[in-house]
Design a protein around this ligand. Structure first.
Ligand SMILES: C[S@@+](CC[C@H](N)C(=O)[O-])C[C@H]1O[C@@H](n2cnc3c(N)ncnc32)[C@H](O)[C@@H]1O
Length: 292
């Protein structure tokens, strides 16, 4: 697969922000998605993981399909017009603002990542409709106060917001308190708000996933941690789950357009924010075509 970047020809001095010789989580993930922004080191790491766990490619693509489904559900059936996408990765088709603004052009999206490289690409390529807005914040998920302070510059916290934590919580070890982070983020949201997650698991194919994770964590500096169903569910503890709950990612509302039938070693779930004690009726703008 060809790269959008020239390959490095000689070793360069280590750079904490950008080193093409070190596999980069977002570029490795982008390779599995079929993107073009990767270097030799990224491709080698991605291929090594594929050799250990061939379904990783289908899993990454199924995760993007879940992103599209859950944003369609939130924008269409729940009428959400504000999104915080934490850990968006490199720009890929059907990104959050494209999907949300296709339904509601005035939607406002804040992209948050702790990787400056991801944000450079996001600012250049994840651009809003004229009616809506996209903002880009460099912040670490493990500092929810910083994420919220940045998002408040753009979003109205008296109105519902959807926080997307897709394929990012598995980069946060238990010692950094991922469940407490999700709780801290969701406590600040208005009634009608939601939190969506997707997360790597070894529950369905323990051997290949363990081998893939071992290869990934040997080559890529940001380690990934698969979690079981109960561990992923605990990340949303205290929140009210939207049916069907925390389920294998491809089984989350598969009738919404954008579903993907390949299997994935991931769980997905959507929960209502704590201030939202009621199961709201569907948004009036809902159309059955969303479930076609
Ligand atoms: C695998 S990509 C996921 C992309 C996208 N969310 C998706 O599901 O297709 C993970 C992203 O999370 C970001 N990330 C990892 N750890 C993070 C942290 N602690 N805070 C913020 N972003 C983080 C990475 O830089 C990368 O952009």
């Amino acid at each position: 697969m060809s790269s959008g970047f020239p390959d490095p020809v000689a070793p360069t001095a280590p750079d904490p922000v950008f080193d093409p010789l070190v596999p980069h989580p977002a570029r490795v993930y982008g390779y599995w998605l079929g993107g073009k922004d990767h270097y030799q080191a990224d491709r080698e790491a991605a291929e090594k993981v594929i050799r250990c766990c061939p379904q990783v490619v289908a899993g990454a693509r199924a995760n993007r399909a879940f992103l599209a489904r859950v944003v369609r559900y939130l924008a269409g059936e729940r009428g959400i017009r504000q999104f915080i996408d934490i850990g968006p990765g490199l720009p890929a088709p059907a990104s959050t603002h494209e999907t949300a603004q296709a339904i509601a052009p005035r939607s406002r999206i804040v992209y948050v990542d702790n990787d400056p490289l991801v944000l450079v690409h996001a600012r250049a390529l994840l651009t809003s409709t004229p009616q809506g807005s996209c903002d880009y914040i460099e912040a670490d998920l493990r500092n929810p106060a910083a994420v919220l302070a940045g998002a408040r510059q753009t979003l109205d916290f008296t109105q519902p917001i959807a926080v997307l934590l897709l394929a990012v919580l598995h980069f946060v070890p238990d010692t950094d308190g991922p469940a407490a982070t999700v709780a801290a983020l969701s406590r600040q949201l208005a009634p009608g708000s939601h939190v969506a997650i997707s997360h790597l698991t070894g529950d369905f194919a323990l051997g290949p996933v363990t081998a893939g994770v071992t290869a990934y964590n040997t080559l890529v500096p940001t380690a990934v941690i698969p979690r079981s169903h109960s561990e992923v569910s605990a990340l949303l503890s205290g929140l009210s789950l939207v049916p069907p709950g925390v389920v294998p990612l491809t089984e989350w509302r598969p009738t919404i357009a954008g579903s993907c039938w390949a299997s994935a070693d991931m769980y997905a779930g959507l929960a209502r924010a704590p201030g939202d004690r009621h199961d709201h009726p569907p948004h009036p703008a809902v159309t059955r075509s969303l479930q076609a």
